[in-house]
Write a protein that binds this ligand. Structure first.
Ligand code: ADP
Ligand code: MG
Length: 446
């Protein structure tokens, strides 16, 4: 592809999205993106932060793919570099221009716009922490202080933290909110130490109304920074200013000073757990809806069942599926899912599967009795599910065919192979049968 072309494609892309979006959104999210370089491989774009990159990729996946066709592996010819903050930061545009004297209180909030309470799906694993977060957001500094949210990777800690920020900002534009990663805090500190402006930084942090700190575990083993953080923490808490902290572990398991650990336990420590199956299905449907993707319920269920330890992966699966289906103009079917997501699907350690358990599962799927399946009846209503059961036995049980066949009321191993071949062939063209078999297998593995 000609490199010149890419740059003009980018400006055409911008012209196109301008027509679809409010000027405020455009100015905040797209205007800050700069072309840094145009190479053989694609365009190198400079973004002020990761959110701008995510915003672009998430909200304009379809349009980007139209303007910049992805390669065979589905990658767009776009590369991102997060540019160091410049002296002249583009100011966040508010809906109405603010009077001059109020400008100082407008903060670049650095909140991911997709991370709101409305978009956070609730379930038994996160209900408590979500309601604590909403409580804090409604009355900052007046309920739990600090609120400490801990849990594994990709379970929604950052999402909740930003939701608190959005909520407070929407309800009270005057409050000074700072949302920062622990790394960001440390970098800030290093910069200010270098330029001997540490007092200025202290003043800034101590003038906040709300401090949202992501991933406090990165403060472990960094004593000097821990000291500075503790002081900021105490200064804010003593003035009744709200602090929310996230971490991959509860305070007691962090290698931080006893004093800071105790302080972090002052308020409320809440855990965010792995969402159960139902919640994961709801998350799949919600994320798909937001992307304008239609995922039939059994398929949402299948994805949620096989991507289970981490919501971020679940989201990755939907993004990949969406990109693939758009690119190939295909509907989302079980086959497409298995093909595109094969390496993402996790398979739970299987329960030991026996001929009896297969018979039970097949019997309930086809609405017949186990004893009928074991009988010699040749009526179609019985013989067909029996063949399905034989197919599954050969697929799922690693045992001699003679032994397997004999468990079906004394059938021979050639009958078993005949049934297996027949069902396998029929599955190629029979979508309904394929679904029935998948569901029978799922029932077996739960
Ligand atoms: P963490 O900070 O715990 O590692 P994130 O907050 O970054 O996890 O969440 C990872 C992704 O999963 C985000 O895109 C987030 O929107 C999504 N996510 C996590 N939990 C939920 C939920 N309950 N509802 C909707 N999306 C969720
Ligand atoms: Mg996070």
């Amino acid at each position: 592809m000609l490199t010149l072309n890419l740059e003009s494609l980018w400006s055409e892309f911008l012209d196109f999205v301008k027509t679809k979006q409010s000027i405020v959104e455009y100015t905040n999210w797209l205007a800050p993106i700069r072309i840094l370089k145009s190479t053989e491989k694609g365009l190198v774009l400079g973004v002020p932060n990761i959110f701008v990159q995510e915003y672009l990729l998430e909200n304009y996946a379809k349009e980007l793919a139209n303007f910049f066709p992805p390669d065979n592996s589905g990658n767009l010819p776009l590369f991102f570099i997060i540019e160091e903050a410049q002296d002249e930061k583009p100011e966040v545009v508010e809906e109405a221009p603010l009077p001059v004297q109020e400008r100082d209180t407008v903060f670049e909030l650095r909140l991911n716009r997709n991370y709101t309470f409305e978009d956070f799906i609730e379930g038994p694993s996160n209900q408590f922490v979500k309601s604590a977060a909403i409580g804090v957001a409604m009355r900052p500094g007046k309920t739990y202080n600090p609120l400490f949210i801990h849990g594994g990777v990709g379970l929604g800690k950052t999402h909740l933290l930003h939701s608190i920020g959005h909520f407070i900002h929407q309800n009270n534009k005057k409050l000074k909110i700072q949302c920062i990663t622990t790394e960001g805090f440390i970098n800030d500190l290093v910069e200010h130490l270098k330029s001997k402006s540490i007092d200025q930084m202290k003043r800034f942090y101590r003038s906040l109304d709300v401090l949202l700190v992501d991933d406090i575990q990165f403060l472990q083993g960094r004593q000097n920074f821990e000291e500075e953080f503790s002081q900021t923490f105490e200064a804010l808490i003593n003035q009744g200013k709200q602090i929310v902290i996230t971490s991959d572990k509860p305070p007691s398991q962090l290698r931080l000073s006893e004093r800071l650990t105790a302080r972090m336990e002052w308020g409320l420590v809440a855990n965010i757990g792995v969402p159960d199956l139902e919640t994961r299905v709801a998350i799949v449907q919600h994320k798909a809806d937001k992307k304008g993707l239609k995922i039939p319920n059994p398929i949402a269920f299948f994805i949620a069942e096989h991507v289970f330890s981490n919501v971020r992966q679940l989201e990755g699966a939907i993004n990949r599926l969406g990109a693939y289906c758009r690119m190939c103009g295909m509907d989302i079917t079980q086959e497409v899912v298995e093909k595109t997501l094969s390496e993402m699907l996790q398979f739970v350690p299987k329960k030991r599967i026996t001929v009896d358990s297969i018979l039970k599962s097949v019997a309930s799927m086809f609405n017949v009795r186990v004893n009928d399946l074991k009988s010699t009846s040749r009526t179609k209503e019985i013989a067909f599910p029996r063949q399905v059961a034989m197919y599954l036995a050969k697929e799922l049980i690693n045992d001699s065919l003679v032994k397997l066949a004999s468990s079906f009321g004394g059938k021979t191993h050639s009958t078993l192979i005949h049934s297996w071949t027949k069902i396998k062939k029929q599955m190629e063209n029979d979508e309904k049968l394929r679904r029935q078999i998948i569901m029978t297998k799922q029932n077996l593995e739960i």
